[in-house]
Design a protein around this ligand. Structure first.
Ligand code: PMP
Length: 379
């Protein structure tokens, strides 16, 4: 019998949908994937070349536990150039993706029973991470009618003597919402640390994203290369932490992970320091798909009260098809061969919603929409 901790962690339903979709594919069905939060693009050419060059130079050993200095310097410079904020490379800890970055930060912040404020809905894994290390996720409901925006007043009402941090994610998975600058600033005035998951920075359409470091130093930035640079498989992310947290996080990293992958880190240096013409093309392509999908979903009857402005997701109200999003998503997959995620994965407040990812070709999205049209007509 395994521990309560590993027995009780809920599955990441996105992965369960994906795994069922793959099973159907193995059985000969052709599935349209709108469930995966993964770029369908390949990693830009110069980034791949930088990794090949690193292997050629035998950069294949453990690195410093905090990451290679050129990457930590490039991350600091990136934050200076993009947001005008001063980050010392000493504050940067390179990790094997944003997921380990979140684990390390939560481990540095939470004693047993300490609270983290999260929005409902939020990225499905957040509350699971917090529970896993015996913290307490405290959910702040956010509503579709309001564009899934987190307001400082709503956060303030949930603060207790146990609240250690407020975890935000803008642009957001699953909502695509971009948190307005003023809301970010006001959250920083509440007292708890802000953990800002900036993994979807770079994937915004027509507006500008803000880093939490523009408003406060009492914050942890989580970021990674998976989404904007189409580097999911490279497993590369980072933390920017207040100085006093760097040493404890470093010691955790040494014990738990040793360091991030050496070759991936050199690829990361290229990602941040070289020009990659593929990236603006990807962003333009996502934007076209977003437009198409927004219109098409609404024509089919799905509700999108406020247009999402970033990431590659649309969280649409599907209650005209049923209240139970889990059953609906799996029924849709079996009957129409279109894979989408049930809102319930992202919180009770997203029950009745479905998350559609447009990290797929416009051609496939069009086929998916056609299939959904038939599915809805038959119900
Ligand atoms: N945060 C958010 C909001 C995400 O959507 C994801 C990936 N789905 C992650 C973190 C983890 O990304 P990675 O570990 O690939 O950097």
């Amino acid at each position: 019998m395994s521990t309560n901790r590993s027995e009780q962690i809920p599955p990441f339903i996105v992965m369960e949908v994906l795994e069922r979709a793959k099973e159907l594919e193995r059985a000969g069905r052709q599935i349209i994937h709108m469930e995966i939060g993964e770029p369908d693009f390949d990693t830009p050419a110069k980034i791949k070349q930088a990794a090949i060059d690193a292997i050629g130079r035998n950069e294949t050993h453990y690195t410093h536990s905090l990451g290679i200095l050129p990457l930590r310097e490039a991350i600091a410079r990136h934050y200076k150039d993009k947001y005008g904020v001063t980050v010392n490379p000493d504050q940067v800890i390179v990790t094997q993706g944003t997921s380990p970055a979140l684990l390390l930060v939560l481990c540095a912040l939470l004693e047993k029973g300490d609270e983290i404020l999260l929005t409902d809905p939020c990225y499905a894994c957040y509350p699971n991470f917090v529970n896993y290390i015996d913290g307490k996720p405290v959910m702040i409901p956010i509503s579709a009618q309001d564009g899934f925006i987190l307001h400082a007043e709503a956060a303030k009402r949930k603060i207790t003597s146990k609240t250690r941090a407020i975890l935000i994610n803008s642009p957001s998975n699953p909502t695509g919402t971009l948190l307005p600058a003023d809301n970010m600033r006001r959250l920083t005035e509440l007292g708890p640390y802000i953990i800002s998951d900036e993994i979807y920075h770079g994937l915004v359409y027509g507006e500008k994203e803000h880093s939490i470091l523009e408003y406060t130093d009492r914050a942890f930035v989580l970021n990674g290369f998976s989404k904007t640079y189409a580097m999911t498989g490279w497993r590369l992310g980072y933390i920017i932490a207040p100085k006093e947290f760097v040493r404890p996080i470093q010691k955790s990293q040494q014990n738990l992970f040793i360091c991030a992958g050496s070759v991936s880190q050199w690829a990361g240096v290229s990602a941040l320091t070289e020009h990659h013409p593929e990236i603006p093309l990807m962003v333009n392509t996502y934007e076209k798909r977003r437009r198409f999908m927004l219109d098409a979903l609404q024509e089919l009857g799905f509700g999108v009260a406020v247009e999402p402005k970033g990431a590659f997701y649309i969280l649409a109200d599907a209650r005209f098809l049923g209240e139970n999003s889990y059953d609906l998503a799996f029924d849709m997959l079996e009957k129409s061969g279109v894979a989408v995620d049930p809102g319930i994965d992202f919180g009770a407040n997203a029950e009745g919603f479905l998350r559609f990812s447009y990290a797929n070709s416009l051609e496939n999205i069009k086929t998916g929409i056609e299939r959904l049209k038939k599915y809805i007509e038959k119900r």
